[in-house]
Design a protein around this ligand. Structure first.
Ligand code: DP6
Length: 344
C-alpha cells in the first residue's frame, strides 16, 4: 500500500447553523444544517497521513506543533476508520496494527470562528480514508471529529441531516447542488479578529442546549421550514431569498447565544457595524445584494454575487478606513474542488 497520503480540504460556512447536540459522544445534532463549501485555493486545511511498521506511537502535528493524540475525537475517528477497513476488508491485519503519523496545517486563523475544525477533521478523515482505502461515506466519520466537518466532505451546497437513529447512521451530509451549480456565487471573509474565541463551539452549544428556551423554539418552529426554503432558493438561484434566510439564521443563532445562561457573546461592535452597513447597502440598492453570516466568532462571512464584489470591497474600505489587505480573504467562489484531491 502507498503509505503517505496528502489531502486538502475546504472550509464550509453554514447558512442554516448547527447549534446543539442530542448526543455529545456521537456528535449528533438537534437540527439539520446547510452550508456552502469554499474553494480550496484560499481557505483550506492540508493534512498528510502515513503509516509504517517502524512507527512506535500514533502522533499528530498541528501547524508544526506536536499535539496529544489522546484527544477522544481523534481517537474516535481513527477507530471508526479502522473498523470500516476491517468491515470492507481493504487492508491486512498487519497494516492495521501499524501506528499513524498525522501532520496538518491551516492557511487561516485557527479557532477564530473560521471553521478551522471543520476543514481540519474533514481533511484528516478523508486522508485516513484514502490511506485505508475506505469506500463508504466518510461524512459520518468526519462528524465524529467535529460536527460541521461532515459538511466539508462535499463541495458546493451541502445539507447535514440531523437523522433520528440513536447510532447516528443516518446523520450524514449530502450535496444539495454541486460546485458548478451557481458559478456567480462568491464569499468575502472579513477578518475582524484572529484571536481564539473565549467559548468554543462545543462548550457554547452545550450551554445553549441546557439553558436556552429560544433554542427549543428554533429547532421546532424555525429550522425545518428555513431548511426547505433555502434549499429551494439555492436550487432556483434566488439570491435575495437565500440572503434573507442566511442573515435571519445568523441573527437567530447569536440571539440564542445571548439567551443562554450565562450569555455567550461572539460578535463584537465591529461585527455589528458590518451588519448595519450591509442592511443600509441592501436598502439603498433596492434589493438584497449581500448576506452576512457569523459563526462562533467575530469574523463576518459575506455571501454575494460576483459582479457586486468590487463595489462591496470599496464600500468596506470606505466604512472601515483602517482595513488592510490582511483583513480580507476575498473573492472566493463556492467550491470548485471536491475534497479528495490527492496532491502527492
Ligand atoms: C457556529 O462543528 O465546531 O460554526 O461539533 O462540537 O465540534 P462541534 O462543533 P462545531 O460547531 C460549529 C458551529 C457553527 C455553526 C455551523 O457550522 O453549522
Amino acid at each position: 500500500m502507498s503509505n503517505i497520503v496528502t489531502v486538502i480540504a475546504p472550509v464550509n460556512i453554514a447558512v442554516i447553523k448547527y447549534w446543539g447536540k442530542r448526543d455529545e459522544k456521537l456528535i449528533l445534532p438537534l437540527n439539520d444544517s446547510v452550508s456552502a463549501t469554499f474553494d480550496t485555493s484560499v481557505m483550506c486545511a492540508k493534512t498528510s497521513v502515513s503509516t509504517h511498521p517502524d512507527f512506535v506511537e500514533d502522533q499528530i502535528w498541528l501547524n508544526g506543533k506536536e499535539e496529544s493524540f489522546s484527544n477522544p475525537r481523534l481517537q474516535n475517528c481513527l477507530r471508526e476508520i479502522k473498523s470500516r477497513a476491517v468491515a470492507e476488508k481493504t487492508i491486512t491485519e498487519d497494516v492495521l496494527s501499524w501506528k499513524v503519523h498525522v501532520s496538518s496545517e491551516n492557511n487561516f486563523p485557527t479557532a477564530a470562528g473560521l471553521a478551522s475544525s471543520a476543514a481540519g477533521y474533514a481533511c484528516l478523515v478523508s486522508a485516513l480514508a484514502k490511506l485505508y482505502k475506505i469506500k463508504s461515506d466518510v461524512s459520518s466519520i468526519a462528524r465524529l471529529g467535529s460536527g460541521s466537518a461532515c459538511r466539508s466532505v462535499y463541495g458546493g451546497f451541502v445539507r447535514w441531516h440531523a437523522g433520528s437513529k440513536p447510532d447516528g447512521s443516518d446523520s450524514i451530509a449530502t450535496q444539495i447542488a454541486d460546485s458548478n451549480h451557481w458559478p456567480e456565487m462568491r464569499v468575502l471573509v472579513l477578518v475582524v479578529g484572529n484571536t481564539q474565541k473565549k467559548v468554543s463551539s462545543t462548550v457554547g452549544m452545550k450551554i445553549s442546549s441546557e439553558t436556552s428556551e429560544l433554542l427549543k423554539h428554533r429547532i421546532q418552529h424555525c429550522v425545518p421550514q428555513r431548511t426547505e426554503e433555502i434549499i429551494e432558493a439555492i436550487k432556483n438561484k434566488d439570491f435575495s431569498k437565500f440572503a434573507e434566510i442566511t442573515m435571519k439564521d445568523s441573527n437567530q443563532f447569536h440571539a440564542i447565544c445571548l439567551d443562554s445562561y450565562p450569555p455567550i457573546v461572539y460578535m463584537t461592535d465591529i461585527s455589528h457595524s458590518i451588519v448595519d452597513l450591509i442592511h443600509k447597502y441592501n436598502d439603498l440598492s433596492g434589493e438584497t445584494k449581500v448576506a452576512y453570516t457569523f459563526d462562533a466568532g467575530s469574523n463576518a462571512c459575506l455571501y454575494l454575487l460576483k459582479h457586486d464584489v468590487p463595489k462591496v470591497i470599496s464600500l468596506i474600505k470606505y466604512a472601515f478606513p483602517s482595513t488592510s489587505p490582511e483583513n480580507f480573504i476575498t473573492g472566493l467562489s463556492v467550491a470548485k474542488e471536491e475534497i479528495n484531491t490527492d496532491i502527492l
